[in-house]
Design a protein around this ligand. Structure first.
Ligand code: PAF
Length: 254
């Protein structure tokens, strides 16, 4: 795997890839897990080359403490990417990615204002801006995003349409641990007792019950609710378990 931290070196590398070969990109903030690996697997199946980016994007964190606590597992990430036979790792620094110091940004003013966007003001401006930058740099044929961040996936799909970007955005199913908890980089931060609460969260969230009943179950387990809502035939939740923010979503049966 070629590790590239410099934008101009990546651009040269990209230019030198054979014209008739395809490139898939998987964008990450590191702390890689089986969810990321499933995106990489999908990219490898559908493309000749796979690029993974690792960039902990500060502009999508509205809370400095959350940014500081975001897990960083560089050596382990490299080992996982090598084992997954990824072709390129792009890991730029802030100054490379934001030569404008974030004076320019992408804002969506409808779906980004609810759910995660409501409780994390500016979050989706940061996400959409960095994803646009990475799409421009990658010049990939396909980009892979997990359905765990369903709101993010939907906003990226709409952004790509709005700005005539030719990269195809591919949504991939949520990968769960054996007990039903969705894989997330944040899971590493859960203590043993918090992990047990997280299991209950996932289990209760999936019950075929009205939202009010699920809310009551969360409250009974002392699970702090950020939101629990249904939109477009999908149920969404974000909760805080011992200060760790976990999200989940599922399609509702008709
Ligand atoms: O889903 C993530 O890990 C991030 O939001 C992304 C898409 C890599 C942008 O920083």
């Amino acid at each position: 795997m070629k590790v590239i931290t410099n934008i101009s070196l990546w651009q040269k590398t990209r230019q030198n890839l054979p014209f008739d070969k395809t490139l898939g990109v998987v964008m990450t903030m590191g702390a890689l897990h089986k969810g990321h690996l499933s995106l990489i697997e999908q990219s490898k199946k559908q493309n000749d080359f796979t690029l993974v980016s690792i960039f902990i994007n500060p502009t999508q964190f509205n809370n400095q403490d959350d940014l500081a606590k975001y897990p960083k597992t560089w050596d382990q990430d490299i080992a996982l990417l090598e084992a997954a036979d990824v072709d390129f790792l792009f890991a730029p620094c802030f100054d490379e990615m934001y030569p404008d110091d974030y004076r320019y940004k992408i804002t969506e003013n409808s779906f980004s204002q609810i759910l995660c966007g409501k409780s994390r003001p500016g979050h989706f401006d940061g996400v959409l801006t960095v994803v646009m930058k990475l799409l421009q740099l990658a010049q990939a044929h396909r980009a892979y995003f997990g359905e765990k961040d369903y709101q993010q996936l939907h906003l990226i799909k709409q952004m790509v349409k709005a700005f005539f970007i030719s990269t195809k955005i591919i949504g991939c199913p949520i990968i769960r641990e054996e007990d039903g908890l969705a894989f997330s980089s944040r899971n590493i931060r859960l203590s043993k007792t918090a992990r047990e609460k997280a299991r209950l969260f996932a289990q209760m969230f999936h019950q075929n019950q009205p939202l009010e009943a699920i809310k009551a179950m969360f409250e009974q387990q002392d699970i702090e609710i950020d939101y629990l809502e249904a939109h477009c035939n999908r149920r969404f939740a974000a909760v805080l378990i011992d200060g760790v923010r976990l999200i989940d979503n599922l399609e509702l049966k008709k």
